[in-house]
Unconditional design. Structure first.
Length: 719
């Protein structure tokens, strides 16, 4: 069972196991449903009398609900397990009556099946559904992405296969194995099923890859029709992404990479959608098969191919005929536990489970630790800008059953230190117009602007702020001087989605040229001016389904359809002629006269750097308890901004009857990790992404066991 940390998360958990809704609870407490929803999200805190009434209605210990201490309530797992075993199963689409046969989903061959693709697609899609972006609200919570490589054995394996209804599934795979057709998808499923069965029979194990995202919208929407749920779980070529220019992708093809990494083409989902009043989690699954014919008891049934896992319900079609369909199975912690789909906390988002996971690009079997290393490397390579901007956190873990073998947070500076250092130099104001400027730490970094001419549009964009006529966008070029050329002379490009779109190199810029690393920042990653938005939309349109290039020869069909002629030529001028020319000027051995450079850089710093407040340290989830002396002891984790040293001043307030806070003095503080206590302040040295300290308060005016406190950062000052 997941650890339930905050009051809001404990409240949400208690509501779910008591088989209530937020509406039910609101009625019992004589409150509005929106108020209860605010409690669950942690946006409001109830008065003391409401807290006591809550514990009574939910039949939980007050101490557990208030403080997270004491006996945690548990649902009747035996009852819930019996319920899902009776109600869930697989539904396969019947073959059409015209006899047509579909031998595979062509989307499965739009990508190279490898770890690189899986990481790019899953991280990009999670970022595109960030709550802060989709709901257009400020949030200091980045998207958190956790890749879990799991090996199931013994009882855990048996429980998983039973929950999956494996014995009901096997006849469908055995039918495909018997088929004589040599079609590509069918052969892939044949061989994958044989590997899957062999691993079970010989090694008594299966492999899973689970991808959990948090602080995203989750799979919202109804069972059928439009929505994030149907886009991922039911439909093909459906991304259901908004029209925002900084989205990473628009094709809806990337999800195919999930099924490509499953030996048996099965992917399961457990999602906690962010919907007002939503209490639950939905479990669903999909199998990508081809046409097949199952023979049982002397009869043959033909199936079109795909199958879905969920709660089996009877529905009538438009002509009044009844049919059995698989739909989402809601709010049953037993099935999520048995299918290894439990989520860590109450934050909205989705968990994706690839069943029978294998790296299809590997010649032989890789260890789970080796795959974990590759996932970590690819996440850093492709998403270091997003991680640096605190838009994304990535962790990679390895499990055997429910035992954690290893785990780590992705640190981009360990994988792409040259790019990261160049970017930090610019953020910290340590760049010059050439490579002669010295820095306190790190190699010299130069900053220049490079013009991208955007062709006019034949079709007006949805955003009225984006011009239809031809405009010029000033991209940012950062060039870092290197000591040696091995592994250098590459250029990395990204736009507002903060995913690396392309990397050029190694470039040869002339005999005697100094080695370098370069970063080109484009579109909305530079600013939010109309020209930056126009560049963002243009570059997004120029990307292929894999979002790993800006295509100029040949152009994407969308570029041809939406823009005036000349798009390919303008891309070449930007990517090849202008970017390389600026780099060549910086790294060639002969000095040059840079008369206008400083003014250009000042203009870039004045106009193109976003004016929003820079990133500052933020609190993670404080955890506290009341000690024997009746005072609070609180561990306070902080996510810092590692590019700088910081002095922070914590503050504690007591939540009173009105929900407002009264200040509570701090009697002492103690350093735990990566920080120092200096009087009333905490000092976090540069280079630390995380820190932790402990606060001990004075005795509150009301008994601590009957109070609730909030910890905040009163001041955060860069040192």
């Amino acid at each position: 069972m997941e650890d339930v940390g905050s009051f809001g998360e404990r409240l949400k958990y208690a509501i779910s196991i008591r088989d209530l809704t937020q509406s039910d609870l609101a009625e019992e407490l004589d409150l509005s449903q929106s108020t209860v929803s605010d409690y669950v999200r942690g946006e409001k805190h109830p008065r003391q009398d409401k807290l006591k009434r809550l514990s009574q209605v939910l039949d939980v210990e007050p101490k557990w609900l208030f403080l997270g201490e004491g006996q945690k309530p548990y649902p009747d797992m035996s009852k819930l397990r019996s319920e899902y075993q009776d109600e869930t199963g697989w539904q396969f689409r019947k073959a059409p009556i015209d006899g047509g046969r579909d031998y595979g989903n062509a989307n499965l061959f739009s990508f190279d099946p490898d770890i690189d693709t899986v990481v790019r697609e899953t991280a990009q899609n999670a970022k595109d559904q960030a709550l802060s972006d989709v709901l257009d609200r400020d949030s200091d919570k980045p998207v958190r992405l956790v890749y879990k490589l799991i090996t199931l054995r013994e009882d855990a394996l048996e429980t998983f296969l039973d929950a999956l209804n494996w014995e009901d599934l096997k006849p469908h795979y055995e039918a495909i194995v018997r088929a004589e057709n040599n079609q590509k998808t069918l052969q892939r499923i044949k061989q994958g099923f044989k590997r899957f069965q062999k691993r079970i029979e010989e090694k008594k194990e299966i492999r899973l890859l689970r991808i959990d995202d948090y602080n995203t919208t989750g799979l919202t929407g109804e069972e059928h029709g439009e929505g994030h749920f149907t886009a991922l779980c039911r439909n093909n070529l459906d991304s259901h992404k908004g029209s925002g220019t900084s989205r990473g992708g628009t094709y809806g093809l990337g999800k195919a990479s999930l099924w490509l990494c499953s030996d048996i083409s099965i992917v399961l989902f457990n999602s906690e959608p962010y919907t007002a009043g939503s209490d639950g989690r939905r479990v669903f699954g999909r199998s990508e098969m081809t046409w097949h014919e199952v023979r049982q008891n002397g009869e043959a049934d033909s199936y079109a191919g795909p199958g879905w896992f969920g709660k089996l319900v009877s529905r009538e079609d438009e002509e009044g005929r009844s049919q059995e369909l698989a739909e989402s199975y809601w709010d049953n912690p037993a099935i999520t536990e048995d299918l290894s789909l439990e989520r860590q906390d109450g934050a909205p988002g989705s968990s994706i489970l690839i069943v029978g996971f294998e790296n299809p690009a590997s010649d032989g079997e890789e260890t789970m630790s080796a795959i974990a290393d590759e996932i970590e490397e690819k996440a850093a390579e492709h998403f270091w800008p997003a991680i640096e901007e605190n838009d994304l956190e990535v962790e990679v873990e390895v499990y055997e059953n429910d035992r954690r073998i290893r785990g780590s947070e992705v640190q981009p500076e360990n994988h792409v230190p040259n790019y990261v250092d160049a970017y930090r130099a610019f953020i910290n104001g340590e760049t010059g117009d050439d490579l002669t400027v010295e820095r306190d730490e790190g190699r010299p970094v130069a900053a220049r602007t490079v013009e991208l001419e955007i062709p006019g549009r034949d079709v007006p964009p949805d955003d009225p702020d984006i011009p239809t006529e031809s405009v010029t966008h000033e991209a940012l070029l950062l060039v870092r001087s290197e000591r040696e050329s091995e592994g250098k002379n590459y250029v990395s490009f990204f736009r507002g989605a903060r995913m690396i779109v392309k990397e050029d190199g190694p470039l040869t810029l002339g005999v005697g040229s100094d080695p370098f690393s370069a970063v080109v920042v484009c579109g909305e990653a530079v600013g939010d001016t109309p020209s930056a938005k126009a560049a963002e939309l243009f570059l997004q349109t120029c990307e292929p389904p894999s979002h790993d290039d800006w295509c100029r020869r040949p152009l994407t069909q969308a570029t041809k359809d939406l823009y005036e002629p000349g798009a390919g030529r303008r891309l070449k001028e930007f990517l090849v002629d202008r970017v390389r020319s600026e780099i060549r000027e910086l790294v060639r051995p002969l000095p040059e006269d840079f008369e206008d450079g400083p003014d250009d850089l000042k203009r870039l710093l004045r106009l193109d750097v976003p004016s929003s407040t820079p990133a500052r340290p933020t609190l993670s989830q404080p955890r506290g308890k009341v000690n024997d002396n009746g005072v609070w002891e609180v561990e306070v984790p902080v996510k810092s901004v590692s590019q700088s040293a910081w002095r922070i001043t914590p503050a504690v307030t007591v939540v009173g009857e009105t929900g407002r806070g009264a200040r509570l003095d701090i009697s002492s503080m103690k350093s735990i990790d990566n920080c120092e206590v200096k009087g009333k302040d905490i000092f976090i040295p540069r280079g630390n992404r995380r820190a932790k300290f402990e606060i001990t308060t004075v005795k509150p005016p009301i008994p601590a066991g009957e109070s609730t406190i909030n910890v905040s950062l009163k001041e955060t000052n860069k040192q």
